[in-house]
Design a protein around this ligand. Sequence first.
Ligand code: THU
Length: 136
Amino acid sequence: MDYQELYRLACEARLQAHNPYSHFAVGAALETRSGKVYVGCNVENASYGGCICAERTAFVKAISEGERDFVRIAIVGGKNGEPLQFCAPCGICRQFMAEFCSPSDFEVILYDPDGTPHAYTLGELIPLQFTEKDVL
Ligand code: THU
């Protein structure tokens, strides 16, 4: 799927953000190898540690539906009622992606405020990964 279509889906998902504490809204669109897209938004909680990011929402939705083969994720974010800003995934989300995605092939697509896409490999965003190879 092209980057602009994923951008559109991520923006649509972002509208569902539950963010009464940060007032920062994030949307993500995760594409599987078969071309299906799972979207997610951030969902906050009065117990702040219970907040979940948009990226992990999308992954958890997909994984719980049996998906395991992912090609890329598009991420958009910004403060409520303000223009979008370049929004990179947090460290926990990068680690979460590393559990399921190839560092060399999986793409993370981030966007300038004007919607211009920038593609990164997961390995660029989280080098020297700690993964199952270290544990098993
Ligand atoms: N957030 C995301 O959803 N994804 C990120 O990668 C960065 C942060 C959310 C978490 C919280 O609800 C709000 O943005 C402010 O941190």
